[in-house]
Design a protein around this ligand. Structure first.
Ligand SMILES: [Zn+2]
Length: 471
């Protein structure tokens, strides 16, 4: 065990990280426990706490310091039953699931087919959608759209148009209904929301085309109550600047309908494995390396938001947060920086000197645990696909996101790449960090990219609508 000195070549340490990382079953063994023993680990399930305790024990076994569970409160959501019936022009019951934070309902209303959920469809049919059940598919880039239109935006636009309920139709055949939270942050949605398979959604579309008017009866019995969850945190304490932190993280909660093996557990175990490799083969770094496994990401980024809020006073010392949500299942593993051009040159210089073939890109999205930190100006990035795929989540958020979709090699790739990158981040001299925390003004300016403005405006309208309802 020796300190990484900033002028050292990385060859020796890379060899150790790669040699151990690529001959170890540890990440896959941990994945088996998280998925097969503990199930979805969805907020409020028994497996959630078992997973948190297991992760803490593993981090302790690896020799990390200050390993602890960080408790926080949130609004849990407990799945009940969901029944969707066509009552006109035919009688038929369709398979469906409620989306997390959907309120319980018992309504009958006409179906409005919003196709892929393009922005223009919502804008051009505001009147027609009133008091209907709006159905939009999960297409990430709806026809005519240059940007990702997220489920939350399609739901939010349905709420603003006065819809009575929302149906999310999977745009992939044979994957069943896809899930995903619909609350704005961690609260109940304003209207009920369910999800149907591509096949049932397509059938509904054909009915609308043929008959015009299609009436649906929807009954759901989901409930909701305040609960406690936990982030799991462990450190390799810095030798020279212990208060300065480089943090790696991934959530560990999956959606309740599956094992959440790809999303997030392949990332969870990759963070844990990077911690093991770094502690075993380097042991000590000038900065503190912090490993964070977040709770309750899937219904509002609750754990990471809590952490960023509670530790607000220390965020100037958080030099970089690297997010690894589902990292072991990401295709074309690369580094996405959240609009930090001054860091890109540095990462690209490492890229050129590494045998791991990866690319670096810049973009911003609001849909994982980097976001609470990004909003507070912390330099953030993540292990993501570069180039970015446009195909959406694949098995993620479906009942088929199971252990058998994850390979040992992909977990090794994610954890070894993360470990090699962390060694390099930790080698940056303290007075030579290329980026510093952004001011709130700079954060807002950065988010005001043309591709973000439209979403931010509409979500602000949804937020205002909710606040008006609640007051
Ligand atoms: Zn995730």
């Amino acid at each position: 065990m020796s300190d990484i000195r900033r002028d050292d070549s990385f060859l020796d340490i890379d060899q150790k990280l790669n040699g151990d990382g690529y001959s170890s079953f540890e990440a896959m063994d941990n994945l088996k426990v998280l998925c097969d023993d503990f199930g979805s680990r969805f907020g409020g399930t028994e497996g959630e706490k078992l997973a948190a305790d297991f992760i803490a024990k593993k981090l302790t076994d690896y020799g990390l310091e200050n390993v602890h569970l960080e408790a926080f409160e949130y609004l849990s959501w407990i799945r009940g039953t969901a029944k969707l019936e066509i009552t006109h022009p035919i009688q038929k019951t369709l398979d469906c699931i409620s989306l997390p934070h959907s309120p319980a309902t018992d309504i009958t209303a006409e179906l409005f087919d919003a196709g892929e959920g393009a922005v223009s469809t919502f804008e051009d049919n505001a009147e027609a959608m009133k008091n209907t059940i709006v159905m939009a598919s999960s297409e990430t880039f709806p026809a005519g759209s240059k940007r990702w239109v997220h489920r939350g935006e399609k739901y939010g636009r349905s709420v603003l148009n006065g819809a009575s309920a929302f149906i999310f139709m999977n745009h992939y055949p044979a994957y069943g209904p896809a899930t995903g939270g619909i609350g704005l942050s961690n609260e109940l949605g304003h209207i009920p929301a369910i999800s149907v398979s591509y096949e049932d959604g397509s059938f509904l579309r054909r009915l609308v085309k043929k008959h015009g008017k299609v009436t649906l009866k929807l009954k759901t019995t989901d409930t909701s109550e305040p609960k406690t969850s936990w982030n799991v945190i462990g450190d390799i304490t810095g030798s020279a600047y212990p208060e300065q932190v480089i943090m790696l993280g991934s959530h560990y909660d999956g959606h309740d309908i599956s094992q959440g093996a790809q999303d997030p557990a392949s990332g969870t175990v990759s963070v844990m494995e990077a911690a093991r490799l770094l502690k075993t083969h380097v042991g000590s770094f000038p900065y503190t390396l912090r490993f964070a496994l977040w709770g309750v990401e899937e219904i509002g980024l609750v754990g990471s938001r809590f952490h960023a809020d509670v530790h607000e006073g220390n965020l100037d010392n958080l030099k970089f947060y690297f997010n690894m949500d589902g990292a072991g299942s990401v295709k074309n593993k690369g580094v996405v920086l959240n609009e930090w051009p001054d860091m890109e040159a540095l990462v690209k210089s490492w890229q050129d000197g590494m045998t791991f073939d990866f690319k670096t890109d810049q973009s911003v999205n609001a849909f994982s645990d980097h976001y609470p930190f990004l909003l507070k100006g912390v330099p953030t990035g993540g292990l993501e696909s570069v180039p970015k795929g446009t195909g959406g989540r694949g098995y993620g958020h479906t009942r088929y996101d199971t252990l058998d979709k994850v390979s040992v090699r992909e977990l090794q790739d994610a954890s070894v790449l993360a470990a090699m990158l962390t060694v390099r981040f930790a080698s940056i001299p303290v007075d030579a960090w290329p980026v510093a925390r952004r001011s709130q003004e700079a954060v807002q300016e950065m988010l005001n990219l043309p591709e973000n403005v439209e979403t931010m405006e509409i979500m602000a309208k949804v937020r205002a609508f909710y606040e008006a309802q609640n007051s």
